[in-house]
Design a binder for this molecule. Structure first.
Ligand code: NDP
Length: 275
């Protein structure tokens, strides 16, 4: 590290106490020699924009945004990256010349974790994405870019999935439906982007949904199997992964957006797993 003043970044959320982002970015900074400080800041539910402005006034150079502010962050930006425009949500803000630029690194983080870390090919494969909330929305563009044979979006509220899929049809083979319409189908990669695991639930998936050698991936992470991964294991799936890798990869992508340097993610992932 040099003795230049620390460039300030943060993550805004509510709640935010649980965030692993400060630890991740501190490790990226040590690894790359970038002189940054990264804090977790609680924004009031009705005070996100004011919190961002206060951080900019205090010299902040960029910020990550997490639940529940990603859509509000999108509206706050004066310019967006193409992938943020596609997602309709922003998780990475950059502040330059009094302007707020919005990006979305969640989908890129997911695809990088799948392809690079887990060595899971996506091109030509049948992918099932469960959920039609913010996380799913951010993943659709980057997943379609990998040119799967089919990207099927299934959601508890079927109309949300069909509506969302419709918006992405120009980008590749995508279809939206409810869970029951999945009967008789099998997928090579099944990604859980629902919030069901948070309440200990599992989306009701028909038998046979996992193809032979399928990967079951839960965007949620934690100690041991999430409820979705436990169910996949019960059904005989051997390749299982939670969303910790995605978390670290989306952070690395944000770090790259801000600093122009791509940190190594494996040591950070290993440290978090062992913590
Ligand atoms: P949202 O609240 O935007 O979306 C929630 C989605 O989950 C909706 O599609 C909703 O369906 C569905 N859902 C909620 N409860 C159930 C249930 N009991 N059964 C079936 N479906 C259900 O959440 P996000 O998209 O922001 O987050 C989704 C998950 O992804 C969370 O677990 C979050 O922690 C994780 N995540 C992980 C990241 C990472 O880096 N690893 C990054 C971002 C998110 P409906 O439309 O019918 O209400």
């Amino acid at each position: 590290m040099t003795d230049q003043p620390l460039a300030r970044y943060c993550v805004f959320g509510n709640p935010i106490g649980h965030s692993k982002s400060p630890a991740i970015h501190a490790q990226f900074a040590r690894q790359t020699g970038e002189a940054i400080r990264y804090d977790a800041l609680l924004a009031p539910l009705d005070g996100f924009a004011a919190s961002v402005q206060a951080f900019i006034a205090a010299g902040g150079m960029g910020a990550n945004v997490t639940v529940p502010f990603k859509e509000e962050a999108f509206r706050l930006c004066s310019a967006h990256s193409p992938r943020a425009l596609l997602a309709g949500a922003v998780n990475t803000l950059s502040f330059t010349d009094g302007k707020i630029f919005g990006d979305n690194t969640d989908g890129a983080g997911l695809v990088r974790d799948l392809q690079c870390n887990l060595q899971t090919p996506l091109t030509g494969r049948r992918i099932l994405l469960l959920g039609a909330g913010g996380a799913a929305r951010g993943a659709l563009g980057p997943l379609l870019e990998t040119q799967p044979a089919l990207l099927c979006l299934a959601n508890r509220t079927a109309a949300k999935a069909t509506g969302l899929a419709q918006q992405f049809t120009a980008l590749g083979p995508i279809r939206g439906c409810g869970f029951t319409a999945l009967a008789g189908e099998a997928f090579d990669v099944v990604i859980n982007a629902t919030a069901a695991s948070l309440s200990g639930e599992v989306p009701p998936l028909p038998d046979g949904i996992f193809a032979a050698d399928a990967l079951a991936y839960d965007m949620m992470y934690g100690e041991g199997d999430t409820p979705f991964l436990a169910e996949a294991r019960r059904r005989g799936v051997r390749h299982l992964a939670d969303g910790l890798g995605m978390l670290v990869e989306q952070a690395a992508e944000a770090f790259f957006v801000w600093r122009g340097v791509r940190p190594q993610t494996q040591p950070v992932r290993d440290a978090l797993r062992n913590a």
